[in-house]
Design a protein around this ligand. Structure first.
Ligand SMILES: *Cc1c(COP(=O)(O)O)cnc(C)c1O
Length: 417
């Protein structure tokens, strides 16, 4: 196993993915381990933004809805990203936010169940979910005001016990944002279906991070971000996937004109588009949407299998080096050691995790912090090198050894952590 910086440099020299790093603009002096929160900027993005703003908007003006295919973007981007999540053409659109897409798919799945099994009124999800997922469920059940309720499990292994004849839909986050723990999508989907419920997968920390095969698992619905591992840019629109077998039967409540079969017929009555198009709502942020392609273009040059191999090597190395070289400090690994249960991040708990992360950021190692006490380090094989892993652990060791994290400025909290 790797125990020196030179060995890490040798791993980088032999890494077939290493050249892809040149397609990102990363500032000098920064080791970026936060691509799980906001992906780095593809080099092509600046030029593309310039082109959209000056040529397509500036010169093309309103003609660009047709001439630059702006109107088709949610669908063309959906088709371009489909292979990354094991989806087919016409099954994905890139639109809106993950939060709003969750609202749409949860309402759609409850509607589908109302037709099949109206007595099922329980939504199962996880207490450890990213909060917006739970907040959206709370808003939806309040709006429906029809006997719907939430049942939250504490641990993945509690799922079987939570499934009974009352459950309509289960919402699970495939890779947990805090711990980096990953569900077995095939097994859970089969288990949920056997119990008569539908499943919605949140892929925010999976898309572009681990191989996902939605059709292989025969899942029902999925949502996720493009601004994390997919490098779409801050606030870039999210994606939504629906299994083909559900596409023409489902309804969703944000029935805006972009989801209409003929938006420019300007009819009084809403008639949903066939298929995934009915998940669209209104006019999209085109500048931001157009940049999503720049991130996808880099994925098209490799495969999720190759990325996964490197991701596991990076996370294995990070865990080993932290445990060996920072052994005397109160660090507890939160992320599963089992490869099958691990996403593409490593989380360690430390009693002063917040301040330690701030001290690391001041030294150019950008990870992040999540309550309570969790330090997260995202490994993004498109641009993280083995030498980055070595250097970041050495800087962590120095911050812990010198106690430099215990300065007042590292305890101050900003609005975004
Ligand atoms: C990042 C993330 C979100 C973000 O939702 P937005 O609507 O984009 O703010 C939602 N769910 C999970 C699990 C996430 O990791």
């Amino acid at each position: 196993m790797t125990s020196s910086r030179n060995e890490c440099l040798a791993l980088d020299a032999a890494d077939p993915l290493a050249p892809l790093r040149a397609q990102f603009d990363l500032p000098p002096g920064v080791i970026y381990l936060d691509g799980n929160s906001l992906g780095a900027r593809p080099r092509a993005a600046a030029k593309r933004a310039q082109e959209v703003i000056t040529a397509e908007w500036g010169v093309g003006l309103i003609r660009s809805w047709n001439d630059a295919d702006w109107f088709a973007l949610p669908r063309t981007l959906g088709d371009a990203m489909a292979p990354i999540i094991g989806a087919g053409k016409g099954e994905v659109v890139v639109t809106d936010t993950t939060s709003s897409n969750l609202f749409k798919v949860m309402a759609a799945s409850l509607d589908a169940q109302r037709a099949r099994a109206p007595q099922r009124k329980v939504i199962v999800s996880e207490r450890s979910s990213f909060p917006t997922d739970l907040y959206i469920l709370q808003g939806l059940t309040r709006l429906l005001d029809d006997g719907y309720s939430l049942r939250l499990i504490d641990l993945p292994e509690d799922l079987p016990n939570a499934l009974d004849d009352d459950v309509a839909v289960v919402l699970l986050t495939h890779v947990n944002y805090r711990s980096g723990a990953m569900y077995d999508m095939n097994a859970c989907t089969a288990e949920i279906h056997a119990a008569g419920a539908l499943v919605v997968w949140d892929l925010c920390h999976s898309a572009g991070a681990v191989p996902v095969d939605l059709n292989g698992a025969d899942a029902d619905y999925a949502v996720g971000c493009t601004y994390k591992y997919l490098n779409g840019g801050p606030g870039a629109p999210a994606f939504v996937w629906v299994n083909k077998r559900l596409q023409d039967s489902f309804w969703q409540p944000l029935s805006g004109w972009w989801g209409h079969r003929q938006p420019f017929a300007m009819q009084t009555e809403y008639t949903p588009d066939d298929g995934i198009g009915r998940f669209l709502c209104g006019t999209q942020p085109i500048v931001s949407l157009a940049l999503v392609q720049c991130g996808l273009d880099i994925f098209a040059q490799t495969s999720m299998e190759a990325l996964r191999r490197k991701s596991l090597a990076l996370t294995d190395l990070f865990i080993k080096l932290v445990e060996e070289r920072c052994a005397e400090f109160p660090l507890t690994l939160v992320t599963p050691r089992d490869h099958a249960a691990r996403g593409s991040q490593v989380s360690f708990e430390h009693p002063e995790g917040f301040a330690v992360i701030q001290a690391l950021i001041a030294r150019g190692v950008i990870g992040d912090y999540r309550e309570p006490r969790i330090m997260r380090f995202g490994m993004t094989p498109l641009y993280t090198s083995f030498a980055d892993v070595w250097d970041s652990v050495e800087i962590l060791r120095d911050v812990l050894t010198t106690g430099s994290w215990d300065k007042p400025e590292f305890h101050r909290r900003g609005t975004v952590t």
